[in-house]
Design a binder for this molecule. Sequence first.
Ligand SMILES: [Zn+2]
Length: 137
Amino acid sequence: MDEYNRLLERARSMIPEDAFKRSGERFQVPEVQVMIQGNRTFWQNFQEIIMVLNRKGKEVLKYMAGQLATAGTVEGSTAVFNGAFPRSLIQEVLERYIEAYVRCPVCTRPDTTIVKDKNAYYLQCSACGAKTSIRPI
Ligand SMILES: [Zn+2]
């Protein structure tokens, strides 16, 4: 019995400690910082967030502008939208983007990339290996 426990202990010690938990902790998306000026909305930490998401700014901007039904541009590290949109709305649309285009629907990890195969788009997960069909942005 002692021998069994020792083996069990040893096996456990060889598994990276909380491998999954660590992956989850790494994925902390900062809250969006938004400033409205006149009839334009400045998403100030746009660059920082797309780095965390590991997505192209162009793709995220296209999705956001489409959802907000307006035009958007990137100025430096800031995304700028025509129209006045509250912070809560930008946050909500970003979360929808993360659910649809960042999180793996199988294991819910964010370790994914978007791959194009012929004319279809997939979310390829490097955590569990799942390949999920997604709508093009
Ligand atoms: Zn997965």
